[in-house]
Ligand binder design. Sequence first.
Ligand code: HSE
Length: 402
Amino acid sequence: RRNMIQVAVMGYGTVGSGVVEVIEKNKEEINKKSNEALNIKYILDLRDFPGDPYEDKIVHDVEVILNDPEVQIICETMGGLKPAYEFTKRALMSGKSVCTSNKELVATHGPELIQIAHEHTCNYLFEASVGGGIPIIRPLNYSLTAEKIDAISGILNGTTNYILTKMEREGAAFEEVLKEAQEKGYAERNPEADIEGYDACRKIAILSSLMCGKNVRYQDIYTEGITKITADDFKYAKVMDCTIKLLGLAKEENGGLYAMVSPFLISKSHPLSMVNDVFNAVCVHGNMLGDSMYYGRGAGKLPTASAVVSDVVDCARHIGKIITCFWDAEDVKLTNVDEVERTFFVRVEKAKEQEAKETFGDVKEITAGVDGEFAFVTGRMSEKEFNEKAEKVGVISRIRFA
Ligand code: HSE
């Protein structure tokens, strides 16, 4: 071996400690595949870790890492924008490649950081930012290069998929399952980012940007979480041979691109309906290939760390070279979801049956033994048209069909 590549890890939390563990446990494999030996020189964290086997590598000052010319690759596993953005930018400006699991930072500043990296002949890689351990960024960048990708749909959040799976299997209420998931440590104490769909929104922003090669702002993506889904909704879903999943979607339609995050009813024959518990999956549709699907563990210490380390290996193989990634800073003007047409599942009070039928026209009634309601599936219509009609009648709830 000619060289020893020095690596620093910024953020010694769940993912960061996983990165150290993966590099240590799979040392032989990783060094072989990198064609170099990797060595963790520093671990940045605010805290001390007395008794930790890597205690002597802990540093508290980022300058130690940024000013050490030996460090060539940095794993950013801090999360959040501050101070990760500044640290990443400075690392890239000094020619150090950065591999990250930080979807928030990638979704917010991705194209700028990629450009800075390339201007300094290094790389900014983010395989772990979407789908945890599932390879999805690299397939989009390297593998599906002969395709025009026109649709991506995915289950991109493990916490919500776990909750929905339990609700379906046990007929339980949302709050009940959330509480249990929190007690078991599957859901965060503050679960807002997951249950309101914000986490999935960042991830579909990243995927849709790679799909079109321009910047899809996460702020422009219509996002709805799962907090309004009830046990009764699952009763109806079952009758329709469907399940309910939180999906991130990006689709080219009528010459435009739309992106959204929302709970959807999907048929039990749809491959995404079989993705349960904390698993994630992404379906990619290409114009030549048709459908392909990527499935696996979308979160968790070692799966996510494995994806970060795969980027480290990629960086080690490309020292002094740029790894192409098409993601320009130019913002995409998304089609407003109001224009998108689909069918809807709707619940109204029994007393409104006649009015609903008159307003929505040809509807298909669904009965699932829920008292006091009239439930139905609409014909195809735009969201805008649907919203006008729903407002006129006054509905209990509605769920989109994928
Ligand atoms: N909270 C996320 C999830 C972690 O539940 O999928 C991975 O980004």
